[in-house]
Design a protein around this ligand. Structure first.
Ligand SMILES: [Zn+2]
Length: 363
């Protein structure tokens, strides 16, 4: 039977990073006696110089380690350094790139990992997976373990661009279509959908879908979004797979990254865009997804990112090829250029609320 573990602590507080001497013992006992490796990147080291200095002051032995990119080689080099130098704990401070590298390196070095996110742009912060480059633009998902502790400083998150919070919302919204595809895969292959993982991922979606707080930078909303992203990570940990959070809409994002690396769009926004197409293929009511995107100000109009109709069609037609082992709605729906062209046109209307169920039914 698949076993899973949960983080020891989850702290979401204003100014949490300035009181790490109080926060960290909840995650790792006797942390002040431990040798700690603090992983971040040059840009963040400069941007948060005072915060990092404050954290280092709170810990007896805390050395900085800067990473340049999220590549497998960099993560393995970091794991080797942590092992050879006998570090006891690894702290990751940054966005998805830094956190994925620190998480994987801690897993290889077999030491506790504490996650200090500076943005809330996707659910990988609490997941048991790291996505890293293996060769040029090729990225691969590597299994590892969820963090020992997650500490979110709401003041730091508030200082980040709002677009990163919107990306986090996009990654959460995409669970609507991911969960459907997970069931489809299980039915096709005789697999099992873990009820608790399903419920927790659905809770992540509901947390954002039925949230009444509209001020994205409010302390309240940052709490809610943190919960939603952590729920996503836990759902993956319980399922032992990314399936509760990743379906056809994520394959759309993978294909866009792999075949059109020049397109600049965040993971969260690409999967939100993908969930509209996936929802139509699944014959669901996508007007509610559209309403949610409009409500939070998520821009999912393909042309705004330089995604032409040709690219849009090509990406959907090649999406399934990025994860051949996964059965999704893409394996059984009509992906003709005519239909995809119709969806692109519908997504290009400026009044987003116009995208009604009947309108999507036209495609
Ligand atoms: Zn995602």
């Amino acid at each position: 039977m698949h076993s899973f573990r949960l983080p020891y602590c989850l702290i979401v507080e204003d100014g949490a990073f300035l009181h790490m001497d109080e926060m960290l013992p909840a995650c790792v006992a006797d942390i002040r006696e431990k040798k700690i490796l603090f992983v971040t990147e040059q840009f963040l080291k400069e941007l948060f110089a005072d915060t990092i200095a404050e954290i280092q002051k709170d810990l007896q032995h805390c050395d900085l380690y800067l990473v340049e990119d999220a590549s497998f080689d960099i993560a393995v080099a970091l794991a080797k350094y942590a092992s050879v130098q006998d570090y006891d704990v690894c702290i990751g401070f940054g966005g998805g790139k830094v956190l994925d590298v620190a998480k994987y390196a801690s897993f290889v070095a077999k030491i506790p990992y504490i996650c200090l996110p500076t943005t809330l742009s996707n659910d990988s912060l609490a997941s048991p997976f790291s996505v890293m480059a293996t060769d040029g633009h090729n990225r691969k998902t590597f299994g590892c373990k969820i963090p020992t502790g997650i500490i979110v400083d709401t003041e730091i998150i508030r200082a980040a661009p709002e677009s990163q919070l919107k990306a986090g919302i996009g990654d959460t919204i995409s669970k609507y279509t991911a969960l459907y595809d997970w069931k489809l895969d299980a039915a096709k292959k005789g697999g099992r959908v873990d009820d608790f993982a399903y419920m927790i991922s659905e809770m992540a979606y509901n947390t954002v879908a039925f949230c009444e707080e509209r001020s994205l930078k409010s302390k309240n909303f940052i709490h809610i979004l943190t919960e939603a992203l952590v729920f996503g990570g836990l759902a993956m940990e319980i399922a032992g797979s990314s399936r509760p959070c990743s379906g056809a809409e994520h394959l759309f994002c993978h294909a866009l990254e792999e075949f059109y690396p020049q397109i600049k769009i965040s993971h969260g926004m690409a999967v939100a865009m993908g969930s509209i197409g996936a929802g139509i293929f699944q014959e669901r009511d996508v007007s509610k997804l559209y309403r949610l995107c409009a409500l939070y100000g998520l821009d999912i109009k393909p042309s705004d990112y330089g995604i032409t109709k040709e690219i849009f069609i090509d990406v959907w037609q090649r999406a399934q090829s990025t994860r051949k082992d996964r059965y999704t709605i893409l394996s059984k729906t009509d992906l003709s250029a005519e239909r995809l062209s119709c969806i692109y046109d519908r997504m290009s209307v400026s009044e987003k609320n116009e995208f009604t169920h009947s309108a999507s039914g036209e495609c």
